[in-house]
Design a protein around this ligand. Sequence first.
Ligand code: FEO
Length: 408
Amino acid sequence: MSNGNGNRLREGIDWVGYVDWTVRDFHGYDTERGATYNAYLVRDEKTALIDAVKEPYAADLLARVAALTDLAAVDYVVVNHAEPDHAGGLPRVLAALPRAQVVCNAKCREALGEHFDTAGWDFHVVATGDELPLGRRRLRFIDTPMVHWPESMFTYVPEERLLFSMDAFGQHVASTQRYDDELEPGLALAEARTYYANIVLPYGRQVARALAAAAELDIDMIAPSHGVIWRAGVAGILDAYAGWAAHRPRPRVVVAYDTMWDSTGRMARAVTEGAAAGGVVAALHHVRHTSHTRLVTEVMEAAAVAFGSATLNAGMMPQAAAALTYLKGLRPRNKAAFAFGSYGWGKGGPEAVDAVLGEMGWERIREPLRVRYRPGEDDLAECRRAGGELARRALELVAEHAGAGRDD
Ligand code: FEO
């Protein structure tokens, strides 16, 4: 198998991963553009494989490695992360690399032992600051706990100003291109935003620590474990991560709802109109027509959210509950919000939504906005007023958090 120059990062450093064109579900994340599981081979006086791939693609990885070097020449397999999308292929990879030591931190060794029979594996355990000389170049290790699992780690090559960043800075996008600037403009950053919102969002504090560690490094290129490699957009992705880690809100309002006979839908449209008239960008999402993946990505950067549900069986509608469960788990912060919805003879929908908004720690700017059966003109005017009030509070939050996560 050839490894064309498109896969070459530096002389002696090559991408040897797998492009998963058809995956559309990554443990609940809708991967509309597919994914890649990136692995890299560093050839020097010693040879190191940086990470592996999902279990079914181990043979593809080995074929790429074999096209570059004798498999018996691989000295190390660095495991930056134990999650199965990367480590799943390790048993088959190690079985084919007779001399390879497994280089990882202590938590990773433990996690690998929970997943696989590691009795025969030759471990070389490292910690933050440790270096592994390869010849002309070294590998330096930096623990980045919870970005994305407790054992996650960066591997840095000082001589090449190259950071192997694991999940951090990744994107789920399948491509024959390997670099951010080879994709259509803005796509890599947009997919990195979706990835952050759906995978990394709960770990802002830990991301901030990882960014502080990265700030100590001279970085020309960031090679994550998913998607394209950052070379033109290194500063841009670092700045974007600083904003996301700080939960920096933008002047946007998201209106999300589920409805039964479109009464809550009418309310939602009026709330959206009111918010837009208040000077923010407002977006409307019916939760049965917008994926959780897209919804949380929009909510992440919005300063405010109005969430509506009709009342069904004295509670909220099931898909509204599913969307809120997904949002709550990812812990978006710094939001103003209110609940709204219609009811008939028994209340419960907007009240149940309001309770979850409170559990998420979002600032509720008003009591739930309720309408019996069908909104009239007065009700819709009240929805527009509430949307305008939400926009006003959104703009205040943007001002309060301006600069959060930036050095300047
Ligand atoms: Fe790509 Fe957390 O694994």
